[in-house]
Design a protein around this ligand. Structure first.
Ligand code: HEM
Ligand SMILES: *[C@@H]1O[C@H](CO)[C@@H](O)[C@H](O)[C@H]1NC(C)=O
Ligand SMILES: *[C@@H]1O[C@H](CO)[C@@H](O)[C@H](O)[C@H]1NC(C)=O
Ligand SMILES: CC(=O)N[C@H]1CO[C@H](CO)[C@@H](O)[C@@H]1O
Length: 549
């Protein structure tokens, strides 16, 4: 069969075939599309080519016809106003599942909770949800999730938080010494994230895993091998490559790819050895002093009987597939979840906090005064101070609200069901919306945090809104709500309060302004989101100025 579309005569039969084929293709797409529109209960919203959180939508910039990754951030002040409500639909006509987006917490509660009563699961295909892979406590299935959470839960105790506190204090001191800041009057930090990431990684390494990470350890040994810290950093940085490129491309001999591979292999070896070591220690009964999550996890698991026991593969379930870079579409082991969920998010939120405090100097002063009145300027802060440092905590919570690191919760209906959408503010009751099997319900965490239903002046940095609010309140939604909420919340807040207390006591934080730049312009430039796996803030340039007396 010949096909010459331009100029020459084309075989009539071929034409007929082509037209018929095209007609079938188009009409099948139309049928799928119409079905998709009804599967989101005809909720108004976007009719666009691609699902925003999958390929290719997520890698195309946010444009009017392609919301992509950044729309919920860039359009945060207008998105819901546009549809006069807190929910809208996205129906892609070329690629990806239909989805309902919501900025409503009641809907979040209905879909996000986990457990066997809910028809909503975290979808498994990473291609549809290449984000927040680090936060899946494994598996779509309620059974498996409950088992993992059960094993992991006891590790998150006050003993652990005390360890987090002490290690954070030690790490802060190491930072000051090894960076040579001890006798400096001012320090210019072009990118504060360089430090918050290092801190958070060290803390999760030490307290989550009992690794002896060291602030001043060189990234590479003379023989070229990476430190585990460096390997983790590289793995984090090359995550997108791992997800986006086909395997054969990943094996090409480019420097960046080779580094990524090396980092993965080194981590794999390291982790495998660590699991073996912890098991041996546990069996020999010599884990007494150890309180890190990893040891607790292995220990709890050893004590579990029967069907609740995880096998080694589940403990580090990504081990065999990780070097092949297929981890984007496979289940990530508990161990790796901890590493990533436990440091990226905290580091981003800390950077945002320092950014806000740098420009709001009155708030910084208020926080500083509390630190002085609780801890004074002589002794080291201790874990018992945590509860009294609520202004420090509020400064952190408020930055996290404006930059919610976990910026989407993605769930998928496993059967035809309905969700109850509360009526708009001022109207009682709820409206049921039918949701067909395979439809996604996406809780837009940015939408929730900027929703005027929950926060007055939602765009404003106002830590005082948290003063006196019980920590049980579901208004603290940036860690999600319900039984499937973040297991590491207090881990993160403990680390944050300790670090901020030490830092703000010693130093005043100021923005580093460009020539002629106002603070307002700095805020506009710097306090803007950067979305990769999690949502963070753009590079934050600040100056530490030593406080006197
Ligand atoms: C500011 C810091 C953090 C933020 C904003 C954050 C946010 C979140 C959110 C929104 C979820 C729910 C994801 C979903 O349901 O799709 C989550 C889950 C999770 N987080 Fe965090 N997180 C933080 C720190 C941590 C830390 C420090 C750890 C570990 C030490 C951790 C471990 C986890 C785990 C294991 C899950 C899965 C829980 C489950 O599915 O049962 N997170 N986190
Ligand atoms: C960290 O490493 C440096 C140099 O490699 C060493 O002097 C220091 O004692 C180490 N600190 C800890 C806490 O291991
Ligand atoms: C909330 O407060 C209670 C009582 O003070 C405390 O035991 C708990 O750890 C706190 N939870 C978080 C996440 O801070
Ligand atoms: C709470 C809320 O905003 N509900 C809205 C969900 O979407 C439908 C259709 O646009 C509206 O009628 C509801 O008011």
């Amino acid at each position: 069969m010949r096909f010459a579309l331009l100029g020459q005569a084309v075989d009539v039969n071929a034409w007929t075939l082509f037209v018929a084929g095209l007609t079938i293709y188009v009409s099948s797409k139309v049928v799928v599309y119409l079905r998709a529109i009804s599967s989101v209960g005809h909720l108004p919203g976007f009719r666009i080519p691609f699902y925003p959180l999958g390929l290719p939508g997520a890698v195309i910039p946010t444009l009017s016809w392609n919301p992509g990754l950044a729309a919920t951030w860039l359009w945060r002040h207008t998105l819901y106003q546009r549809f006069q409500n807190e929910n809208f639909s996205i129906v892609p006509f070329l690629a990806g599942p239909p989805a309902i987006y919501t900025s409503n917490l009641d809907v979040a509660r209905q879909v996000a909770i986990g457990g066997h009563k809910t028809p909503f699961v975290k979808p498994e295909e990473a291609s549809q949800a290449l984000l927040l892979w680090g936060m899946n406590l494994v598996a779509a299935d309620g059974q498996v999730w409950r088992k993992h959470r059960r094993v992991m839960g006891p590790a998150f105790s006050n003993e652990l938080y005390e360890l987090v506190w002490d290690q954070t204090r030690e790490t802060y001191n190491e930072m000051i010494t090894s960076e040579g800041w001890a006798d400096k009057e001012t320090v210019d930090i072009p990118v504060v994230q360089d430090y918050t990431f290092k801190l958070a990684l060290l803390i999760i390494g030490r307290c989550g895993f009992g690794f002896s990470f060291n602030w001043s350890a060189p990234a590479r040994a003379p023989d070229g091998s990476m430190s585990i810290q460096e390997a983790l950093r590289v793995v984090g940085d090359t995550h997108m490559i791992a997800i986006l490129l086909p395997k054969w491309v990943q094996k090409l001999p480019f420097k960046r790819l080779r580094e990524a591979r090396q980092a993965h292999e080194q981590l794999m070896d390291f982790m495998q050895n660590q699991v073996a070591e912890r098991k041996a220690e546990t069996r020999a009964g010599i884990t007494e002093g150890k309180k890190d999550v990893f040891t607790m996890l292995v220990k709890a698991n050893e004590e579990e009987a029967g069907k609740f026991q995880l096998d080694d593969g589940e403990l580090v379930s990504s081990l065999s597939t990780y070097p092949e870079f297929t981890y984007g579409s496979t289940k990530i082991g508990n161990v790796f979840i901890m590493l990533f969920a436990g440091h990226e998010t905290t580091a981003h939120a800390l950077a945002a906090t320092l950014g806000f405090l740098a420009v709001y100097d009155d708030i910084q002063e208020e926080v500083f005064q509390q630190i002085i009145s609780v801890v004074g300027s002589e002794r080291d802060p201790v874990f018992d101070d945590y509860a009294k440092l609520d202004k420090v905590l509020s400064a952190f919570y408020e930055a996290l609200r404006l930059f919610p690191a976990g910026f989407v919760l993605i769930r998928e209906a496993t059967e035809d069901t309905t969700i109850q959408i509360p009526n708009p503010v001022g109207q009682e009751g709820t409206t049921p919306i039918p949701v067909a099997k395979g439809t996604q319900v996406i809780v837009d965490m940015i939408g929730v945090q900027y929703n005027p239903r929950y926060f007055d002046e939602p765009g404003k940095y106002k830590p005082s809104r948290w003063y006196g609010v019980s920590n049980e309140s579901e208004v603290f939604s940036a860690f999600s709500v319900g039984p499937r909420a973040c297991i590491g919340r207090k881990f993160a807040t403990t680390e944050a309060v300790c670090f901020l207390t030490l830092l703000l006591r010693d130093w005043r934080i100021e923005p580093i302004l460009n020539e002629g730049e106002t603070k307002e312009a700095w805020m506009k430039r710097v306090l803007d989101a950067k979305i990769v796996i999690t949502l963070g803030v753009a590079d934050v340039p600040v100056r530490f100025v030593r406080r006197r007396g």
